[in-house]
Design a protein around this ligand. Structure first.
Ligand SMILES: *Cc1c(COP(=O)(O)O)cnc(C)c1O
Length: 467
């Protein structure tokens, strides 16, 4: 069958078409014209219809599969480690809703708990007991969090955490690191900087005036010297409210921080009275019950959580020292609110997820499952001596094509997008769904089966041998 993608493949105009991401009206019409000439799949039909009523056809840009030369997947259902698309084709899933599905898709006990909670009413706009239960569980498991507040997305968590830090310290500046992702709130959308002397005040998104990011400083990740230099700077050093960091970066592929880097962040922020925020929206409950902070033994003043804590529903949290958290209204003067914050259905799903994650040997199991794929791949890469590398931690990994090691975003300049595209499409064709961007992590859940892990491993080894 001639599919739309085959046809587009053969067409020069495809390149600009894909690049522009269907946003351009003429190209959109061009695509529609082609639709009349070829047989379309149900997924393509759904995406076409979505393009008419949803901006770009998707509710988060990476879902559009821009630059991959395949139509976006439309998920129909998921169970365990597998998802099915609108045609009924199955895929072993390593995106797992960007890591949120720690227990795989539709884990029976989570479904049951969410269902029975929903039957009692799904939102009240007043407090419920289950919010206290999940909060207590998190506060008990993550000792650096003494108090927290629930919100509905990681974006809200990080956005509010820096607001609290600014309210608490009365200072204007925040520091982040190039290639770390903290959601899409205005203050984080800044172009990468490279040194204190060249601090950029240019936003990286239309719609965010440069004035809005003028109090955000973005530095290279894992660069101890740049951090020390900034904190010694007479203009900025004493004016920094917060440093926010992904202790295990997972939004430029998996790039763990060096211990030295986190240690220096802790030292310098302590020295200057700056709030240190760990954005553990991905790493929290992924690498262990205490997140990356437990793994490194370095503890922040505030932590942001998301993804896993909602058990597949929209829930996130930020928390930390009592003294800092009490600056929030109604106790303090920093405003934050949310109609669906602490939503009881999301709390029920999150609570059951964390209960299961506390079973004896849970994280050892995830680590073993991860290694079942990654250890043989590391060896295969070594054998072939390719310009590629695999970086990993418990439950997540990234296979980088075109680069031999990644410590910071700047190391990704030679990233081989074409190779990734070939690799991604090869796996997809074989029924394996990897996260659809070379800048992302892949996730191993507690329920990935040995058969599926081995199948995936062998497919990738074959690919590596043929490169
Ligand atoms: C996913 C993510 C966010 C944003 O969370 P959303 O729920 O998508 O808004 C923030 N920080 C990190 C580290 C993330 O991985």
């Amino acid at each position: 069958m001639l599919t739309l993608c085959n046809l587009l493949e053969a067409d020069d105009r495809k390149i600009s078409f894909i690049k522009k991401g269907f946003f351009d009206n003429d190209e959109h019409n061009y695509r529609r014209l082609l639709m009349g000439l070829v047989e379309t799949t149900k997924s393509q039909e759904i995406f076409e219809k979505s393009l008419e009523v949803i901006a770009g056809g998707v509710n988060s840009p990476v879902r559009a599969f821009i630059g991959l030369g395949v139509d976006p997947l439309i998920a129909e259902k998921g169970e365990g480690d597998t998802i099915w698309d609108a045609e009924g084709k199955s895929y072993i899933d390593y995106c797992m809703s960007w890591g949120a599905m720690l227990l795989g898709h539709a884990p029976p006990s989570v479904v049951m708990k969410a269902k029975s909670r929903m039957e009692k009413g799904s939102s009240f706009g007043i407090a419920t007991e289950i919010e206290e239960q999940l909060a207590r569980e998190i506060v008990t498991l993550v000792p650096s969090i003494e108090k927290l507040r629930f919100v509905s997305s990681g974006t809200e968590a990080t956005m509010t955490a820096v607001r609290v830090a600014r309210g608490y310290t009365g200072r204007p500046y925040i520091v982040k690191f190039n290639g770390n992702y903290h959601g899409h709130a205005d203050p984080f959308l800044i172009r990468a900087g490279s040194a204190v002397s060249q601090i950029s005040h240019e936003s990286s998104s239309q719609g965010v005036p440069n004035d809005i990011v003028k109090h955000t400083i973005s530095l290279p990740y894992n660069d101890v010297e740049k951090v020390r230099e900034l904190f010694c700077d007479p203009e900025y050093g004493s004016q920094i409210a917060a440093v926010i960091v992904e202790p295990i970066a997972a939004n430029m592929g998996v790039v763990p921080a060096t211990k030295e880097f986190l240690k220096v962040l802790r030292e310098e922020t302590d020295r200057m009275g700056t709030v240190l925020i760990f954005d553990e929206v991905i790493s929290g409950f992924r690498v262990g019950l205490e997140g990356a902070q437990g793994q490194y033994g370095i503890f922040p003043d505030m932590t942001c959580l998301g993804k896993i804590i909602g058990g597949g529903f929209p829930a996130a949290a930020f928390g930390g020292k009592k003294e800092i958290m009490d600056t929030l209204a109604p106790t303090g003067g920093v405003f934050q609110a949310g109609t669906l914050s602490g939503n009881p259905v999301a709390m029920a799903a999150g609570l059951e997820t964390l209960d299961l994650a506390q079973q004896e040997g849970f994280y050892e199991l995830i680590a073993d499952k991860t290694k079942l794929i990654t250890e043989p791949l590391q060896m295969a890469l070594k054998d072939r001596d390719l310009d590629a590398c695999l970086q990993e931690t418990v439950g997540m990994f990234t296979l980088f094509w075109g680069v031999r090691s990644v410590e910071k975003f700047e190391d990704l300049q030679e990233l081989d997008h074409d190779r990734f595209k070939t690799f991604f499409r090869y796996l997809l064709n074989e029924g394996v769904y990897f996260s659809p961007s070379p800048y992302e992590a892949c996730f191993v859940s507690a329920v990935h089966t040995e058969d599926h892990l081995i199948k995936t491993r062998d497919l990738i080894i074959d690919f590596i041998r043929q490169v």
